[in-house]
Design a protein around this ligand. Sequence first.
Ligand SMILES: [Zn+2]
Length: 331
Amino acid sequence: MKITKKIFNTNPKVKIPIITFKGESSGPKGLITGGMHGDELNGMLTVKRFVELFEKEKLEKKMRGEITVIPLLNPTGFKRSSRRAQPDNSDLNRAFPGKRNGSFSQRFARQLMDEFVANADFVIDCHDAGSHSSLVPHTRVSNCKDKACIATVQNLGRVFGTELIIKREGKRGMLAIEAYKKFKKPVLTVEIGGAKHANKFLDEGVEGIKNILKYFKMISGKPKMPKKQFLLEKRFGIKAKRTGIIMLSAKLGSRVHKGDEVGTIYYPQIYKEEILHAPMCGVIFSLHDHQIIEENQFIYSVLETKQCHGKRKQAKEFTELKRISVEALYM
Ligand SMILES: [Zn+2]
């Protein structure tokens, strides 16, 4: 393992530690990043735990190819525990592919693309839900239609090995979207936990990174896959109508049916309490992680499942992915 420092030509300049692992033999090159958003500590901790495990298990010696790890992409945001990069108050993950003479974030994005993403065969970008809520561990893949994209981006989403995979359009300026557009490089966005505390799901993230390395045959072994995986698309967020105090009984990842009670919200300013009911059948996907919630913040969200035939029929309600062996996913 080698730790170096990289100075980015932003204004002001930022200096960021870079960790590299170089295998004995040549092979694929992977880039693993955390802290794109300065308040998403679970992404940073997943990356750290992965590096520690890699060292502890002495995997570098047995590895094929190279891994570059950037433990914190957004040090100015982190300094203020903020999602946004501070010099230009921008969301770094909307600044890609970036510009050489653009804003702070655009310059950073451009340099990251040219000097790191362009040289990688794949990228794993670790996030969490941000300051206020927690997310069930999942990967996000783009809703692409061309075979090459499905064979790379969507397969990586599965091989990472979370039970849930979200297919989404993505937005302009996101690393995952722009890196594929510009270089045809697959960027896997990983989301684990949130709300500014270390989440119990971290090991799942580390296992996921190892799964990807196994998939590329950079380390030995077969990816550990869950018994079932679900590809879901429709997410519904329920917002607080006014500032209130919530008591949630639903747990992250639990399955709910339309009308199930998920908790209560109390508005002391009008002395009123409301019971919260699930608006549709699905999985509790995100939960606001503080008991006080401000007007218009999301209390929770549900990932909708396609079928829901009455109560407690669990197995068939999900858009379950066809079970295929990991070998079938190999490119
Ligand atoms: Zn993020």
